[in-house]
Structure formats: structure tokens, C-alpha cells
Unconditional design. Structure first.
Length: 470
């Protein structure tokens, strides 16, 4: 058996790292039909090959790039833990990257059972998600006890050192809490004080990144930022844990967010208390290089807190770069998926794009400058950040916190509602829920329709797409 398909990658087309191991695939082949003068150094679209470590996972950066030269035939054996490759983002604006590709299959599919179990697709599905660990400062939360959601004067004074004072007002918090009980997702815009936002941006150097620049693999790796992989699951820079708050504003932000006052603040807005355990990372997604893929097994319900700063833009609506981020044209948005909808069809049958997009996108949040996204996530849902194109105005930098929820505040899943509901200690009186134009509440349909095409589905598992679909 031989599979065969034609592929056209327009500008921005790419494919993330994977090993092609599905079913009885034995040998991959690609016949290139590109323009005669195609050169990946200016046009992109190369095949990137990855070495693997002792655990069979690919290293974070490619070791070689192969130019898609016209009328050349590339072939390689499909081997789990060995045949990792990716398609570099296409830069060429004037012509697509054309190819014919497919697989030669083993004559006896039964011999490949162990191969499939070791594939990158199975590594994504069965991979362990990093566990929550003590991160927040220890201390008991008074918020939510006996319907008491008001912050103390001490809490407010501490919070107003860095966040917008309007968010600490009890009347505003009550309105937000009542609406969050229904939506389970909100975005707090213009969240930090301007002086703190400026300090965060001063720690971002986007020289030669974004706005069409062709990125270098080691861009912005430094003594403070290290590269996180493996690339079939994720690739982005991470702020080192040993960076002192006095040296870096992002480390200082972590210090503020760790406080008991901030945990009380989140409880006052959501009606959900969070424990001291969390999974917290300062991530930097570089244009033309970085992303994360939804992977791993189910974990309990979590409260996701993601504060984001966008490089390359001055402000919000008054800057042209805002529309690029908002429309999803350059990637960098985050999405939430239901793993139960990742149906297993016959892996030996060729599928087109629509057939392969089996996972259901529940939420899709555009990146927003100086905004805190709060999502109550039910078990069985995984997240990713879409590959960030080199045409993005700059990097996406965020402090991403996955927080453990107090046992008494765990959500009760509703099979008829794709987002969880939670029964906390608060009462939901009717309010005029308009607090500020900087605050947005999202429903699943509203999020999915917020300027993003269904192509966000492709990143649930890059193995769900054929090797070179656009």
C-alpha cells in the first residue's frame, strides 16, 4: 500500500515536530515541486530534522535543514523515537511550497504494534503533565468563608502596588463573581499599573524578532532565559527560577502573584479558593519559533491564571499591531480542547484536513496586552498556544499559573454544558454586571468565533494531520 497526496503551503504554512509513526507506515517520501530558485534561508519551508535523547524524545532545536529543491525526492524510514521532523514556516509571498508526499506501508501491519505505542502521538497522549507543587506563599484564605468576599485594607494596599485599583473594589468584585459563576472564563484588561507594565516591557528585547524577521534558533536564549522542550510537545523560553525580583520585573511579578493577598483577590473575583500548590511558568513565545501542543493525561479541575504582555506594540486599539494579535492571523492565541473528542479512526486510512480535525475546540482566547485571563477548567480539557508566526509584531510573554482548587470549591461538571459550573459559598444576586470596558466574559461559542478559523484544531496533535497539510 502507498498513500499519496498533493500539498501546497502558502506563506505562514508550517508543521510542528512529529515522527510520522501511525499504523503501518514504513517509509515517508516527499517529491518537491517548488520554484527552481527556492532557498529556505529566504523562502522557508525546509524539512527540519531532530536528534533524540536517551528517552527517545527530540532535542529542542533541529540539527539540519533540508532545502525543498525542485524535482528532488526525500525519503526516510519511519521509526518511533528517531524520525522526528518538522516543516519550517514558509516565508515566500509569491509562490506556494508545492509537493507530493505520502508513505509506503509495511506489508504486514501486525508487526508495527509496538511502533505505534512508542510514537510521538502516543507520547503526547500518555505524557505526564508536570505536577502542581508548592508555589504560592503559605497562609489561610479568609475569602469565601461565611460569604465574606471583601478584601482587607492590608490586602488592598498590597494589591494596589501593582494592579488597577478598580479591581479591588467590593462592588466590582461582586459583579464579576456573579458573572464568572455562569461563564467560568473572563479576561481582565489593563490589569497592571502602567509603571509596572513599562518595567515588564523593558525586560523584553525583540531585536531581530517579529515583523517578518527570519528568526535564529538561539534567539534571546541567555543566562536568565532557557529553552524548554521537547518540540513535539512544546518549545518556548522559560525564565529561570533563580532570577532575583530585583533584577527582573517578571520575577518581581511572580513575587506579587505568590502572595496571600493575590489569592484572596482571585477568590473574591471568582468565588473559588486556590491552594498553595500550582504549576507556574514565565514563558516567552518567540515569533517564527515557539508554541505549545495540547498533551498529557487528564488532571483534576484547575483554575488557570495567565497574565500576558505582547511585544512590538505600543498600546492597544490605537496601535496597528493590536489587530494582528486580535484576529489570530499571526498565531499566539491559546485554546482549550476536550480530549474525549480525540476519536481514534483507522490510522492506516488517508484522511484530509477536515477528517483529521477530530478534537473539538472549546475556547480560543486571543492574546491581549496587559490582561489577565482566568479560566475554570474541568477535568479532561487540555490547552495549547498556537505557533507564533514570524510576522507577529513581537514576542508573547506570559506568567502562566495552573492553580490547585480548594476541595470544597471544585466544579461539578454538567454534561450539557461544555464549561464547568461551580457551587461555591457565594450567592448569585442579580447585578448590573457591567464593570469596565476592559473586562470581557466569554462563552465557548463567543470564543471560538472571535476571529479564529477552525485551523486552530490542527495543533491539538500535529500527528492528527497528514505530514504536509497546510
Amino acid at each position: 500500500r502507498v498513500d499519496c497526496s498533493g500539498n501546497a503551503y502558502a506563506e505562514g504554512g508550517h508543521l510542528l515536530c512529529h515522527d510520522d509513526v501511525i499504523g503501518s507506515r514504513a517509509v515517508s517520501y516527499i517529491l518537491y515541486l517548488t520554484d527552481e530558485d527556492w532557498n529556505y534561508e529566504k523562502d522557508g519551508g525546509s524539512i527540519e530534522l531532530y536528534q533524540t535523547d536517551k528517552n527517545g524524545e527530540p532535542l529542542s532545536q533541529p540539527v539540519v535543514r533540508i532545502n525543498p529543491t525542485r524535482n528532488s525526492l526525500l525519503m526516510f524510514q519511519v521509526v518511533p523515537g528517531k524520525s522526528f521532523h518538522a516543516v519550517q514556516e514558509v516565508y515566500c509571498q509569491n509562490a506556494p511550497r508545492l509537493s507530493i508526499s505520502g508513505w509506503f506501508h509495511y506489508a504486514n501491519p501486525d508487526t508495527t504494534d509496538n511502533y505505534t505505542k512508542q510514537s510521538s502521538r502516543e507520547q503526547q497522549r500518555q505524557g505526564e503533565i508536570m505536577q502542581v507543587v508548592p508555589w504560592f506563599l503559605p497562609g489561610d484564605l479568609y475569602c469565601c468563608e461565611q460569604n465574606n468576599f471583601e478584601l482587607t485594607e492590608t490586602d488592598i494596599a498590597e494589591l494596589c502596588q501593582f494592579i488597577k485599583p478598580e479591581y479591588t473594589k467590593a462592588t466590582n468584585a461582586a459583579k464579576l463573581r456573579a458573572t464568572f459563576l455562569e461563564s467560568s472564563c473572563m479576561v481582565l484588561g489593563e490589569f497592571l499599573q502602567p509603571h509596572f507594565v513599562q518595567a515588564l516591557k523593558e525586560n523584553i528585547d525583540d531585536t531581530d524578532l517579529g515583523n517578518g524577521h527570519i528568526p535564529k534558533d538561539n534567539a534571546q536564549i541567555s543566562t536568565e532565559w532557557h529553552l524548554m522542550g521537547p518540540p513535539h510537545k512544546q518549545r518556548f523560553l522559560v525564565l529561570n527560577d533563580n532570577v532575583h525580583p530585583s533584577r527582573n520585573a517578571w520575577a518581581q511579578l511572580c513575587h506579587y502573584f505568590k502572595s496571600v493577598a493575590f489569592r484572596n483577590f482571585i477568590a473574591s473575583l471568582t468565588g473559588v479558593r486556590i491552594q498553595a500548590n500550582a504549576r507556574a511558568t514565565v514563558r516567552r513565545f518567540r515569533p517564527g519559533l515557539d508554541y505549545s501542543v495540547a498533551y498529557g493525561q487528564n488532571e483534576p479541575a484547575r483554575l488557570d491564571l495567565t497574565y500576558c504582555i505582547l511585544g512590538g506594540g505600543k498600546e492597544r486599539e490605537n496601535d496597528d499591531s493590536f489587530d494582528l494579535w486580535k484576529d489570530g492571523e499571526v498565531g499566539g492565541f491559546s485554546a482549550l480542547y476536550d480530549t474525549e473528542d480525540d476519536n481514534d479512526e483507522n490510522p492506516d486510512v488517508y484522511h484530509n484536513d477536515d477528517d483529521q480535525n477530530n478534537a473539538t475546540a472549546l475556547l480560543s482566547l486571543p492574546p491581549e496586552n496587559n490582561a489577565l485571563a482566568v479560566v475554570l477548567r474541568d477535568p479532561g480539557y487540555l490547552r495549547f498556544v498556537k505557533f507564533l508566526s514570524r510576522k507577529a509584531p513581537g514576542s508573547r510573554i506570559d506568567l502562566d499559573i495552573v492553580a490547585e482548587i480548594h476541595p470544597e470549591d471544585m466544579p461539578e461538571p454538567d454534561p450539557h454544558d461544555p464549561l464547568p459550573s461551580h457551587d461555591t459559598h457565594c450567592s448569585t444576586d442579580n447585578h448590573d454586571n457591567h464593570v469596565s470596558d476592559d473586562i470581557r466574559f466569554y462563552t465557548p461559542a463567543g470564543l471560538l468565533g472571535a476571529g479564529h478559523d477552525d485551523d486552530s484544531d490542527e495543533q491539538f496533535s500535529e500527528e492528527n494531520s497528514e505530514k504536509e497539510n497546510d
